[in-house]
Design a protein around this ligand. Structure first.
Ligand SMILES: NC(=O)c1ccc[n+]([C@@H]2O[C@H](COP(=O)([O-])OP(=O)(O)OC[C@H]3O[C@@H](n4cnc5c(N)ncnc54)[C@H](O)[C@@H]3O)[C@@H](O)[C@H]2O)c1
Length: 109
């Protein structure tokens, strides 16, 4: 299997660190799938990556709007077999966590 046949899932691919990882993976020739709930970002980040790579190379990039804490991830795993996962998604702003602590608790058990 060559690099270009390998598919990497990037959680938070629309976020700061994840979007940089996506650019690097696409540059290396991987196919990339992103899952992000856009809690702290907007699809423009993904659009910018697509603009950067152009229509042909952007065919290697898929965006899935979804939350890691529910069935969205399960659904994605049932549709695609990934070769690796880069996990970056999370909430991490200290000020926000103090101002809105409930947002930082996970109520899914
Ligand atoms: N930015 C830094 O300097 C830095 C340094 C060290 C470690 N980190 C860690 O790297 C990770 C990413 O940081 P960042 O700065 O890129 O954050 P960011 O806020 O830019 O991106 C976080 C992304 O995760 C997504 N997200 C959050 N919860 C989600 C969920 N339940 N399901 C799906 N998507 C979800 C948000 O929508 C957002 O796009 C964090 O875990 C952070 O602690 C960041």
């Amino acid at each position: 299997m060559t690099f270009s046949e390998k598919t990497i899932l990037v959680t938070e691919g629309a976020g700061f660190i994840g979007s940089h990882a996506v650019v690097q993976l696409l540059n290396e020739g991987f196919r990339v799938s992103i899952i992000d709930n856009l809690d702290n970002f907007v699809t423009e980040a993904v659009d910018r990556v697509r603009d950067w790579f152009g229509p042909k190379r952007s065919q290697n990039l898929e965006f899935h709007l979804g939350d890691l804490r529910n069935k969205d991830l399960e659904k994605l795993f049932s549709q695609t077999q990934f070769d690796a996962l880069n996990h970056f998604a999370g909430l991490k702003a200290v000020g926000e966590s103090v101002a809105n602590p409930r947002h930082y608790f996970d109520w899914h058990y």
